[in-house]
Design a protein around this ligand. Sequence first.
Ligand code: FMN
Ligand code: SF4
Length: 495
Amino acid sequence: MAREYKLILKYADEPGYTPDIGCYLRHGGYEILKKALAMQPRELPNGGKKSPQEQIRDDVKVSGLRGRGGAGFSCGLKWSFVDHKSGKPVYLICNADESEPGTFKDRQIIYKDPHQLLEGMIIACYANNAHLAYIYIRGEMAGGARILNRALAEARSKNFLGKNILGSGYDLEIYVHRGAGAYICGEETGLIESLEGKRAYPRIKPPYFPAVLGLWMCPTIVNNVETLCNIKHIVAMGGAEFAKLGTPNNTGTRIVSLSGRVKKPGYYEIEVGRATIGELIFDEKFGGGLPDGRKLKAVIPGGSSAKVFKAGEKFKLKKKDAEGKMIEQETDMLDLPYDFDSLIAAGSMSGSSAIIVMDDSVDIVEALANIAVFYAHESCGQCTPCREGSLWMSKALHRLTHGEGRAGDADYLIKIADNIPGGRTICAFGEACSWPVQSFVGKFKDEFVAKGKADEERRAKEKTGPAAATPPVRHELATAHSLDEPRGHGVFQKS
Ligand SMILES: Cc1cc2nc3c(=O)[nH]c(=O)nc-3n(C[C@H](O)[C@H](O)[C@H](O)COP(=O)(O)O)c2cc1C
Ligand code: SF4
């Protein structure tokens, strides 16, 4: 039975729970930090010793924790890329940019339980020998930045931060840095550039993997807010125990942002893979179903960049049968377990774990136009395929939603979208802007073609007979940004 499982959000929504340190301490706050700082070196059979920091890093590996920011990369593996003998300082950055459309989970932690994030960060810094860390928070979240700054001051006043933390000899300082108000500031290398005071132009990987050449060209760990909160729980439970939560290779819990055409939009924490997409949408404990009388049309499973699923879509998924033999099983989209691997196997991703539900009242062309105008505005402009392609796609969708469409627009959109990703761009934004177009047009092609054809026929009639024409219905896109705006480096053009 699918159910909520509150690990990260255990207290956040309890009546009377507040973001101040007194409340956090009354709920056992900073006890796990004390435990981490009190750990002793462990004797190894070969006579060597494993430091407390190495023990925590090992535990994070054993836990199977995967990043909650989008890519689902192993946290323990990422940490293992840091060269602790390079002689350079190690930095840790908490990515609190949270700008993927549909995503509103990190801000729950920041606004309601900031000390949980700080405790996770301090332990993560300690484990990775970092003495300076930053929380890079989305520029628009001014209230979140204030809450975090207050929490930092409280933590400093109790010596959970600063010099010689709790008499351990370990020093750490954390600062909040407000972002430049652009989606690309959430991409880890763009974020680092922005933190260094420059435009958030992503860096090319290789060579600029943050763990090797990150902030100020020093080894840097960039982790998402939710990922870092988990560190505290891994140290509390032990990696092996943590790994029992969720499903194999998809351990722990995830906070899912559920929005769109459901009765109860909101955020729900589940064990990874222990609820299906269908349960998250229809179960009374979660979304509670669609508005009465409506039918499901489509679902975006992992934030606006993720490829859309069409209602009724089926996938062949590999799974183990009762005797442990690998079999292929046909699985309906609604029966996909909500985890990293199942969604990738179905051709999409759980991304930032944001599910956007569309019912039969939604015009799929308008929905894609809305997404495309966002990407066209947010491309940083460094790479030609992304800069030009995102704009061309947005323009084609703009005309399709403004009575100016063409029958060939569907093919035109696919052609552009197919030529942006696949190593042609510096960062994954190229994929992020192409995947919605490839999947929406690929799966709902008849709606795009029908719109374009209807527009062409209407225009033809307008040319031949004045009375025959029906004026096109103009649907204004739900975005503040007009395509007529001067274009280029969207990062600094936020209106
Ligand atoms: C265009 C783009 C935007 C991104 N925005 C965010 C974001 O807002 N928050 C986030 O945590 N990760 C974001 N990411 C992913 C980060 O680059 C990075 O992978 C992540 O912060 C690593 O943390 P994790 O390993 O804990 O998931 C974005 C990636 C791309 C390509
Ligand atoms: S892919 Fe797009 S967002 Fe990323 S660096 Fe290139 S132009 Fe900028």
